[in-house]
Design a protein around this ligand. Structure first.
Ligand code: ADP
Ligand code: ZN
Ligand code: ZN
Length: 681
């Protein structure tokens, strides 16, 4: 079969393969294999597609059948397992295979020109290992719980998911590193090539982990994969994983779809983190795909967290995942910080701060220790208001307020990015006294600078770190001790090991207690636990270790969530949570899919969803009524949604496939998307 027809998938919204004629250039040229990339004509464009099969003939008329332009023979084909992963993701998340398989390749592999690809491949062959580091840092001696965890992970045969539940600072990272080392060593001794994939939730955490992994394994090839790498670098790293050269791949969620021909273990740090969920395009959960991938390859997967997701907690309890526990902080003398609630009914806050919080800050400043203040709201104030006539700063394009950004002298909509100058007077009544209402990080920063003029205050949020590399630089300044009070959004909560930090203050967490989103409590607990975990990580050498404390200002100090937090009792919280979810038929006891519709008018969007709901019989699936989304309008587009639920995942899956086909056949101007296992509803 030297001439044949190739079945090719393309990054196109059509759920089909495309046929192309292929002619061998020479009698010895092999037929392209599945997983090979090929440049083909598509309409008037040329696209890079992926071969999924070859056949003798096509159903397309011979004169309509176009020829493939060029096979990317310089690139080893993506293997069967990788194709199977993409196929699974495509079917599970109800997307065409081409829309899954191609977008997850770096751009340089998908362009018509192969210049970047050839250059990257050339660099790859001459590629360096880690520089011969002589000062390999000594790994700490593992404590008994850590040893036990590593032994369990290493001794598992075939597929096994391990839920590593360890309080912040309990040394989960050490468990990952030791398990990685032991596993790679064992495979190398047996003569097997081996790769380990380590997933982290935040791009900001990759440099820190990357440098400690590289330092620990100077002889190994370690690469990172995330969306902030320069194109050329991402391409090189991806190819190095694909060629089996990289021994350890560190990455954010997109790395779960990397080609790793010798993958022998997957580690997911902070497995509960919402950023493992992709919120556009293929709306996948990297955690769920990682577990599927481990199962497919019959390898271990480790899910680590101080506050596991409800889903994983349930699997841990049922024995589906093996539970591993780290109950204490690992470093000698590092203690879990004491958590204290400040009742703002008793200690009224002015300008956002109660007296005990201010006193605690002052003590840290006197002792030269660092404090971290957590406020998950950026900007100066979430809204502006005229008290004379009641005008408020609504965005004219969205169902949302325009947020005051004082340093930038702008009102900004966080949904559609509309920007306006701060009005000098009320747009409706002319009153010149338009006031900011509520407070965000910028306002707190201003207040701190006024109240503690000699303190070095640093704000870290999405606004202060827009420039590439600026977040990294800011965190380094904190590590070097150049900051007294660090203030920020969730960006400061995760992962960082600040040695001089002895106070964590949480300014206003209460709003999440009464959110409509059933996951809000779970998220708040995780967030508070994580930010609290930044305190008291210092070892014995540090005089302030004993003073480590977490202060939370709240009007509801007796709320069960805060009671569990005080007791560092995640299991208690999680078990209550699961009981509530079970009673309410919510995930993880139910499986959901969400159909979203967007249109110029809400009526059209709702009508489309009603039509979708009535399209076909749906035994075993409960369909809710179509409703407007909470933020109904964004940038002038109205949005509505239809929620589907089932107590059986497979029942939901077998309904979705034919339903999607029927939906695609509807002629409509409404644009819609389907999300399986939504986390924001
Ligand atoms: P986690 O990821 O669970 O929050 P880390 O792995 O970051 O915790 O560990 C917290 C600190 O404890 C780090 O500074 C780490 O070097 C240290 N550490 C970890 N394991 C040990 C150990 N067995 N003995 C001493 N120190 C340890
Ligand atoms: Zn007014
Ligand atoms: Zn807007």
């Amino acid at each position: 079969m030297s001439n044949c027809v190739l079945s090719v998938v393309l990054d196109a919204p059509l759920d089909t393969t495309f046929d192309y004629r292929w002619l061998a250039q020479s009698p010895h040229e092999p037929v392209p294999l599945p997983g090979q990339l090929v440049l083909v004509p598509f309409g008037r464009r040329r696209l890079v597609g992926m071969v999924v099969g070859a056949k003798e003939t096509s159903d397309i008329q011979p004169d309509k059948l176009r020829a493939a332009i060029q096979v990317r023979a310089q690139l080893p084909p993506l293997n069967q397992q990788w194709l199977a992963l993409c196929l699974f993701a495509a079917e599970y998340y109800q997307r065409p295979l081409g829309e899954v398989a191609l977008p997850c390749l770096p751009k340089g592999m998908r362009t018509e020109s192969t210049v970047a690809l050839d250059r990257a491949l050339k660099k790859l062959t001459s590629s360096d290992r880690n520089a011969e580091a002589t000062d390999r840092p000594a790994a700490p001696q593992l404590n008994a719980e850590q040893q036990q965890a590593v032994a369990s992970i290493i001794s598992a045969v075939g597929y096994q998911a391990h839920l590593l539940f360890g309080v912040t600072g309990s040394g989960k990272t050490e468990v990952y590193l030791h398990a990685t080392e032991r596993l790679l060593q064992r495979e190398h001794e047996a003569g097997n090539p081996a790769q380990v994939l380590i997933l982290v939730p935040e791009i900001n955490l990759t440099p820190q982990l990357e440098s400690s992994v590289k330092a620990r394994f100077p002889a190994l090839h370690v690469v990172s994969l995330h969306s902030q790498l320069a194109e050329g670098e991402r391409l090189r790293h991806w190819l190095s994983a694909h060629a089996g050269q990289a021994d350890i791949v560190l990455g954010t969620r997109l790395a779960v779809l990397a080609s790793l021909p010798n993958l022998k273990m997957i580690i997911i740090d902070e497995e509960h983190d919402a950023s493992y969920k992709q919120q556009e395009g293929l709306r996948y959960s990297a955690r769920d795909l990682a577990v599927w991938r481990a199962h497919q390859l019959q390898i271990p997967v480790v899910l680590g967290s101080a506050t596991p997701s409800a889903e994983s907690w349930l699997h841990g309890a049922s024995g589906r995942y093996q539970s591993l526990r780290l109950t204490q902080r690992a470093a000698a003398y590092a203690q879990l910080p004491s958590v204290r609630l400040i009742d703002t009914e008793v200690n009224k806050a002015s300008d956002g701060f109660s007296k005990p919080m201010l006193d605690a800050l002052r003590t840290r400043l006197e002792h030269g220790e660092q404090s971290l203040l957590f406020l998950n709201r950026r900007g100066y104030a979430p809204v502006m208001q005229c008290e004379a006539c009641g005008w408020i700063s609504n965005c004219r394009r969205c169902t949302a307020f325009m947020v005051l950004h004082k340093p930038e002298r702008r009102l900004r909509c966080h949904h559609c990015s509309l920007e306006l100058r701060i009005p000098a007077a009320c747009p409706t009544c002319g009153n010149v006294d338009v006031q900011p209402l509520g407070r965000g990080t910028q306002r707190v920063e201003e207040y701190l600078q006024q109240s503690f003029p000699s303190a070095r205050v640093l704000r870290i949020d999405a606004d202060s770190t827009r420039r590439k590399g600026s977040a990294q630089a800011a965190f380094e300044a904190v590590h070097r001790g150049e900051v007294d009070i660090l203030l920020g959004t969730q960006m400061v909560a995760k992962g960082h090991d600040f040695q001089r930090l002895t106070l964590v203050g949480v300014i206003n967490p209460d709003t999440a207690l009464f959110s409509q989103d059933y996951r809000a409590g779970e998220r708040l607990f995780a967030q508070l636990m994580q930010v609290a975990g930044r305190a008291g990580r210092a070892a014995q050498t540090h005089s302030g270790a004993a003073r480590a404390e977490v202060l939370i200002q709240t009007r509801y100090p007796s709320h069960p969530l805060y009671r569990s937090l005080l007791a560092h009792d995640y299991p208690g919280f999680a078990n209550t949570l699961l009981a509530e979810r079970r009673a309410a038929h919510l995930p993880p006891y139910a499986f959901q899919a969400l159909l979203r519709a967007e249109s110029k008018t809400l009526t059209l969007a709702l009508a489309f969803l009603a039509q979708a709901r009535d399209l076909m019989a749906h035994p075993g699936i409960s369909m809710n009524d179509p409703v407007p989304m909470t933020v109904t309008k964004v940038a002038g587009i109205e949005r509505a949604q239809l929620l589907l639920e089932s107590s059986s995942r497979s029942q939901l899956q077998s309904f979705l496939k034919p339903w999607m086909q029927a939906l695609r056949a509807i002629k409509t101007r409404v644009s819609w998307t389907l999300e399986v296992d939504p986390i924001d509803i």
